[in-house]
Design a protein around this ligand. Structure first.
Ligand code: AKG
Length: 251
């Protein structure tokens, strides 16, 4: 844990090899299956995103996994919460997310800082990112820009990608060294809310299922103006993609 703390502080992310055991990973897989089969079908189109909404196998993203009871409980106690607190101090669990890249689809994760979406002041938060399958570079491995958490909130611009309404407005390669994190089940990544990260499309035949927990430092307060700007941009994207009815003021 000490190594993770110092990597997180110095580089803006840490890689913990085999932090979770087989049983713990199996429990997360089971909880996700419960969400996918029993909860996702009851949620609206913005809460569970698919590459193709007519094909449930193309599920790619959700920010609502905390509606699943086992996942909700694991936000507040246990190894995942302990890791977050080791890195950012007293941590308030926010939500549990799912990131997948169904094979055969050109789904990239644009370079971004989670903190741009979180809208906090100070921007002190973290994401614990947990692969449920092996992920190689060609399978859409997460890539971090080392040390970018020290650069403040960078400019972002509207992206056309559902699930990531905003992407970095500059070339991440100009901000620092790119570190590609190939992982196995049991490995866990953690990154600071200002660490720039991105991932390529999945060019393998395997899925790329990931569960991610977000935590805010208890010192972080909402930045109300930034949040209003972000929410408006998100509404515009959802409306343009037909996930929300067009409102007169946004047309
Ligand atoms: O897994 C991905 O492709 C994106 C993950 C991400 O942006 C995050 O966990 O903050």
């Amino acid at each position: 844990m000490r190594q993770a703390q110092s990597d997180f502080r110095e580089h803006g992310f840490a890689v913990l090899r085999q932090y979770l055991n087989g049983e713990e990973v199996a429990a997360l897989r089971g909880a996700f299956e419960n969400f996918r089969l029993n909860i996702a079908p009851t949620l609206d189109k913005r809460a569970v995103m698919y590459e193709d909404y007519s094909d449930a196998d193309t599920i790619k993203q959700s920010h609502s996994l905390h509606l699943e009871p086992t996942l909700a409980a694991s936000m507040h106690t246990g190894k995942i919460h302990a890791l977050a607190e080791a890195c950012i101090g007293p941590a308030i669990p926010q939500n549990v997310e799912y990131f997948d890249k169904p094979p055969g689809r050109n789904h990239e994760t644009p370079p971004h800082q989670d903190g741009y979406y979180f809208c906090l002041t100070p921007n002190e938060a973290c994401t614990v990112w947990i692969p449920l399958a092996p992920i190689v570079a060609a399978g859409g491995a997460l890539t971090y820009v080392r040390g970018s958490h020290r650069l403040g909130v960078r400019p972002h611009e509207a992206s056309n990608l559902l699930g990531f309404s905003q992407g970095l407005a500059e070339d991440p390669r100009e901000l620092g060294e790119a570190v590609i994190c190939e992982v196995e089940p049991g490995d866990v990544l953690i990154h600071h809310s200002l660490t720039v990260h991105y991932a390529g499309a999945n060019r393998t035949a395997q899925r790329r299922p990931v569960i991610a927990y977000t935590f805010f430092s208890n010192a972080a307060q909402p930045d109300v103006e930034a949040k209003a700007r972000y929410d408006a941009a998100l509404r515009r994207q959802h409306t343009a993609k037909g996930l929300l009815p067009t409102l007169e003021s946004e047309s």
